[in-house]
Design a protein around this ligand. Structure first.
Ligand code: FE2
Ligand code: FE2
Length: 358
């Protein structure tokens, strides 16, 4: 993506991180674990081409890019919103979508880097195989979000400071499981929920397709994290598990706070404190932030990081109830949703051809 569309010059936000990880070779090429190899087969066969699968000719209205209801705006219903004229509201819709998709884009680049780091650091060959398919998936996701921002929104935001702090922790940690935990379970788990909200409320079919197709891949990535960590964590000492739980708790607060969108309000010249106060306490926004945890909570329970510390934090955030969500059911629904969009597009293509040849 050209950097012309950024709200800040790219030189001001350039970022280099010392990864400090150990690269591991393995000579055991035939040690396959069935479930991981199945996932690898699926990863290979489900590759898609962003240029072909997505209909990029669909127009996007900058005044409401995803075509969502007004209630979707975090400050909807506040005095600030009530005082705004239609033009300012349109501008807010445009900036909000570009802020949101920009964070998805930067998160996807983080995933690309983490997946390639997993290829290097994970000890077994079948995990290296699977992670290699994820590297390609993440490159496509970066390509797709970048194109959406560049061509359709013509505006992009730098990385959010909370997301950056979390990515920094994940990328600098040299332990391979921390890359999985931070990226595959926490960042991707939260991204899945956020993509899902857009997919389900978007009236714009391009915005819906982009998120649905990315989600179809992300479901495999989260499954990969679960498979790897479910085997490992029961073997760790209590102290090691505690340390990981503490990391999860800190990360969950960071991720929740990134959705307060501080820099968005500042960039639009709105009263930041007033916006944060409203977004932080509005019932609808609290509900929205809690929905972001629908994937993370059951996953942490599944991999065995669900001690007192984690349960207390989730209780405090009001998201403990999601521990009962059945992950396999929601992941299957994500795959179905992408398939339905493909089918609808195929019907449209068939109808166009039929009309042209009638
Ligand atoms: Fe991704
Ligand atoms: Fe991913």
């Amino acid at each position: 993506m050209s950097t012309r569309v950024y709200t800040l010059p790219v030189e001001q936000t350039r970022w280099r991180v010392d990864g400090g990880a150990e690269t591991v070779f393995t000579w055991e090429y035939d040690e396959g674990r069935d479930r991981l190899l199945n996932l690898y087969e699926k990863g290979k066969s489900k590759q898609w081409n962003s240029r072909e699968r997505i209909d990029w000719s669909i127009p996007v209205d900058k005044d409401n890019p995803i075509g969502g209801p007004e209630a979707y705006v975090p400050i909807y219903g506040s005095d600030i919103w009530d005082r705004m004229g239609q033009q300012d509201r349109n501008r807010l819709f445009h900036h909000m979508a570009s802020w949101q998709f920009s964070q998805f884009l930067h998160g996807e680049q983080g995933a690309l880097i983490c997946a390639s780091k997993i290829v290097q650091t994970v000890p077994d060959i079948d995990s290296k195989f699977y992670a290699a398919t994820q590297v390609v998936d993440e490159a496509r996701h970066v390509e797709t979000y970048s194109r959406f921002l560049q061509e359709k929104l013509e505006l992009a935001y730098p990385i959010n400071q909370h997301l950056k702090a979390l990515l920094d922790d994940v990328v600098t940690d040299s332990r391979w499981d921390m890359t999985y935990l931070g990226m595959q379970v926490l960042i991707e788990g939260l991204a899945l929920a956020a993509f899902g909200l857009i997919r389900d409320i978007a009236e714009n079919s391009l915005a819906r397709a982009v998120n649905a197709y990315v989600m179809e891949d992300e479901a495999r990535h989260v499954a990969f994290g679960r498979l790897a960590l479910r085997d490992l964590y029961p073997q760790l000492s209590q102290r090691e598990r505690d340390e990981r739980e503490e990391f999860c708790v800190d990360a969950c607060y960071l991720m929740r706070d990134r959705f307060l969108a501080e820099e968005l309000w500042a960039n639009l010249g709105l009263p930041v404190d007033e916006c944060l106060e409203y977004v932080g306490t509005s019932e609808a926004q609290m509900q929205f932030r809690s929905l972001l945890f629908t994937r993370i909570v059951p996953t942490l329970k599944d991999i065995g990081l669900f001690g007192d510390r984690v349960r207390r934090a989730f209780g405090d955030m009001g998201v403990l109830g999601y521990s009962e969500v059945d992950l396999d059911t929601v992941m299957a629904a994500d795959e179905r949703a992408a398939g339905e969009i493909d089918a609808a597009r195929q019907r449209q293509v068939d109808a166009t051809i039929a009309a042209a040849t009638a």
